[in-house]
Design a protein around this ligand. Structure first.
Ligand code: SF4
Length: 513
């Protein structure tokens, strides 16, 4: 029998100011370079959790991922409490937020970041007075619904009690204030940032929904009945920052086709939307790495059942996603009818692209669930998967990893680390690379044509997303002169000595830190 992805995981941490980091709560692998079979063995023996590298380039910080979630809420102001450097990579987020909101038909809402700009004196004195002033300023100047305080390493190291500031200011501030403990130094897993943001949302932002006491007795009975029925048919689809509006529209279309009511949360939600999160019959994740923490908590709070197992990318995984949702509502027959029709139409539509892609070598790099499902799709249409690279690998994808039928498939586990990835790619020489934002520039310098693994304005999920994946890959391979010319005239900065070495030599066993 299949083991549940979150078996034995606990979600009762709301009495604490912050959640445990992923290193403690989930564990997993952050460094590996070798064969798929070798990694599966390392997971079984436990060695996968205890690997590191001799030499590291910079990776990510959980603060960025936490901001990505909390920053998406509607009418929110974000205060970054830290020295200025923590904000250096965040400027682009205001553009991401605007694009994301406009593409969903929401008002643009200028992004407001306030930075406490901690200096040496604040490190000695604590810097909490600056934080107090920032919160009051945000409330009086912008009148937001949410003020989030995102904590960086420095206040975390000196033990600044930002939760005490929140408790002190809550009675005098009209916005809901939420402290987010996402200090980068605390975790080797950037995905800890998702838990930090979701912990704040669960503990500080979700309140009991407002009811309507002014209704007459008859109207109240009608309202209660409608609400009960609506709740019994509602499926909350948990979106993530890498989703596009196209993804949300497609997944909602599929859930509606089963006769259910889709509701996409929590990104772009208002506080009122968050208050009503409990009014659903089923919570559905589209990426367990993002949201097992929030779904596990919502089950404890409202008793709402949830699905974590699959990201609906590609034909097989979208079929599975639909079947699992349908099974919860006993709609198996409706699901099979929908799948049969959608698969037939999609296969016809992508046939010309499949012809062009068949036999081409592909490498996929990025977040663990997305790369494995994307790789499965390209394999299913006849491409040759030569390797994958994940930021990290953990229990949420062990089943997908076990499904890979090529024991010799090259697997790299590394957040960032372009030197290792380029070394690996240079040896494998794929025809096309599908990768996470940031990697594509490097890969182009090797002369490999590539397309992004996700994008805020591109549809990747569901059946229409599968069509787009096939269409984009075929289009990228039509004319590969751009990457060829970049590689010929620009090239990459890595030495021949490094490129000829085995990247696995950089991995050390049995070393946690
Ligand atoms: S939180 Fe820490 S690791 Fe993250 S950007 Fe700030 S100083 Fe760097």
């Amino acid at each position: 029998m299949a083991v549940k992805l979150n078996e034995n995981l606990k979600y009762n941490f709301l009495s604490s100011d912050e959640p445990p980091v992923r290193d403690e709560r989930v564990g997993g692998c952050i460094a590996y370079c070798g064969s798929c079979a070798g990694l599966r063995g390392d997971f079984k023996s436990g060695c996968a959790h205890a690997q590191n590298r001799k030499f590291s380039q910079s990776g990510g910080c959980q603060l960025g991922l936490a901001v990505g979630i909390i920053n998406s809420l509607t009418r929110a102001v974000t205060i970054i409490h830290s020295p200025l450097g923590c904000c250096s990579g965040l400027a682009g987020l205001s553009g991401v937020r605007k694009t994301s909101r406009l593409s969903r038909g929401l008002s643009a809402e200028e992004q407001t970041f306030i930075h406490t700009n901690m200096d040496e004196l604040d490190v000695v004195s604590g810097g909490l007075d600056k934080l107090r002033r920032a919160v009051i300023y945000a409330d009086q100047e912008y009148h937001p619904e949410v003020i989030s305080i995102v904590n960086g390493c420095v206040p975390g190291i000196i033990g600044a009690d930002i939760d005490a500031v929140v408790r002190e200011l809550e009675p005098q501030i009209s916005a809901r204030i939420v402290p987010i403990h996402c200090e980068g130094f605390k975790s080797r897993f950037v995905s800890s940032g998702y838990d930090a943001a979701n912990h704040g949302i669960l503990k500080y932002l979700i309140r009991d929904p407002k009811e309507y006491p002014q209704l007459t007795e008859e109207a109240q009975i009608k309202y209660d009945f409608q609400k009960k029925y609506r709740t019994s048919r509602t499926v909350n689809i948990f979106n993530v920052g890498s989703n596009s509006n196209g993804d949300e529209v497609e997944l909602s279309r599929l859930v509606s086709a089963l006769g259910l009511i889709p509701k996409v949360v929590p990104l772009n939600s208002t506080v009122d939307d968050l208050d009503h999160l409990g009014e659903a019959a089923l919570n559905v994740s589209i990426c367990a790495t993002h949201d097992d923490y929030i779904l596990g908590h919502l089950k404890e709070r409202y008793g709402t059942e949830y699905l974590l197992d699959v990201l609906p990318i590609g034909i097989n995984c979208t079929n599975t996603w639909i079947r699992k949702i349908a099974a919860h509502f006993h709609l198996e027959k409706e699901a099979e009818r929908l799948i049969e029709q959608e698969n037939r139409e999609l296969k016809e539509a992508i046939a010309p692209f499949v012809e062009e892609l068949k036999g081409k070598k592909i490498f996929v790099g990025g977040g663990e669930t997305r790369i494995l499902t994307t790789a499965d799709f390209y394999k299913s249409i006849g491409m040759e998967l030569v390797g994958i690279k994940a930021h990290n690998l953990d229990r949420f994808v062990e089943n997908l990893l076990n499904d890979i039928d090529d024991p010799n498939l090259t697997v790299e586990v590394a957040a960032g680390q372009p030197a290792e990835e380029l070394n690996t790619l240079n040896k494998l020489k794929p025809d096309i690379y599908i990768g996470h934002a940031g990697a594509n520039g490097w890969v182009t310098k090797l002369g490999i044509p590539n397309i992004p693994l996700f994008g805020a304005s591109i549809n990747y999920m569901g059946y229409s997303g599968a069509f787009e994946l096939a269409r984009r890959a075929a289009r990228a391979l039509k004319n590969t002169n751009f990457s060829k010319n970049i590689s010929k005239y620009v090239g990459h900065p890595l030495t021949d000595e490094w490129m000829n070495s085995d990247p696995n030599n950089n991995i050390v066993q049995g070393s946690r830190f």
